[in-house]
Design a protein around this ligand. Structure first.
Ligand code: P6P
Length: 340
């Protein structure tokens, strides 16, 4: 009689199904969106991993809506996301950081009840130097009547998200997502092409070890931001100094702080008066993850998830990570206690 040890191999598909079973009213459409994102992630990972060999490095020569040079992989990743998501029948529209307007579902394809916003390849300026990059995504319910997605469906505060996550293409490829029942990480096993559960119920340490900030902008910060960074560095106040870790790739910096504890800061500065990072594609989805892991995310004046968007590509200052450091940011930048 062969004695079988219980297997702990949980694929993302199985995990998604088990989470869906907790909601008898679930139709399976959100699960389908997550399956499709996982497929797109594998396809993008394949391109990222072979970028150096396949002459797809370097700028595409075009500019995106942000006025940034589009790297070839940016464009490829965007196309992969759109083509993987546009015919599943679960979405009524998409919005990408790389495209100026809402992406409608092609005629002839069924429209669903969700909208997807995404940054197909964040940190792409790091591609050529082999620094980890990432994909960030967010799912919300359609709130307008009719079948096609409208701008109003996109411009919802982050607290209305039903799912959010990111994929980091680093030493391994990991997908981290939440549907509001905790944050969970899956590592891609390239030998079988499956994302396997590796980090269930991620909990960010309440007090951080790391500070991620580009302090070359120090002269362009408000005085209260300068004071806050001096506190994080232990130059003022009674806090032990945080170790500075800044890769210049949001997903890589966020992921390290999520697992190890820390805070990522991209304050407003005179060059970027509303901050550099985008609300819909970067701050909101990562804020959902951070809060589900026991952390926080603020713009220094309010909870990121409470910001009411007014433009598709609007930017926001961002302080995100361990609760203790975020609370200090709110105290010093002027809001007091935060929910979340
Ligand atoms: P800076 C990459 O271009 C990005 O959008 C984020 O991934 C990263 O955190 C940030 O910009 C880096 O900006 O101004 O420090 O180079």
């Amino acid at each position: 009689m062969v004695k079988h040890t219980p297997t702990s191999v949980v694929t993302i598909e199985r995990f998604i199904i088990e989470q869906e079973r907790q909601f008898p009213e679930a139709t399976g459409e959100l699960s389908g969106v997550l399956y499709d994102v996982a497929l797109a992630a594998k396809m993008i990972a394949n391109k990222v991993r072979s970028a150096g060999l396949a002459d797809i490095l370097g700028a595409e020569g075009t500019e995106n809506v942000q006025g940034e040079q589009q790297q070839k992989l940016d464009v490829i990743a965007n196309d992969i996301m759109v083509k993987a998501m546009d015919h599943g029948g679960r979405l009524c529209a998409m919005a990408s950081e790389e495209e100026p307007d809402i992406i409608q579902i092609p005629d002839g394809f069924k429209c669903g009840k969700y909208v997807l916003t995404f940054d197909p390849l964040d940190g792409s300026s790091n591609i050529d130097v082999n620094v980890p990059v990432g994909t960030i995504f967010s799912v919300m319910r359609k709130i307008t009547r009719g079948t096609r997605g409208e701008m109003e469906d996109m411009l919802q505060p982050g607290r209305r998200q039903v799912a959010a996550g990111y994929i980091i293409y680093g030493s391994s490829t990991m997908l981290v997502y939440t549907t509001g029942q905790g944050a969970h990480g899956f590592t891609l096993d390239p030998s079988i092409g499956e994302f396997l559960l590796s980090h269930p119920n991620i909990a960010i340490p309440e007090r951080g070890k790391y500070l991620s900030v580009n302090d070359s902008y120090e002269q362009a910060w408000e005085d209260n931001v300068k004071g806050l960074m001096r506190r994080y560095r232990g130059l003022e106040g009674d806090r032990a100094p945080l170790s500075v870790r800044y890769v210049g790739s949001l997903v890589a910096d966020f992921h390290r702080n999520l697992l190890g504890g820390g805070i990522f800061c991209y304050p407003a500065n005179t060059k970027s008066p509303r901050g550099k990072l985008r609300l819909l594609y970067e701050a909101s989805p990562l804020a959902f993850i951070a809060e589900q892991a026991g952390g926080m995310a603020t713009d220094g004046h309010q909870r990121i998830l409470d910001i009411q968007p007014t433009e598709l590509h609007q930017r926001t200052p961002l302080f995100i990570g361990s609760k203790d450091e975020c609370e200090l940011a709110n105290q010093m930048l002027g809001t007091g206690a935060l929910v979340g």
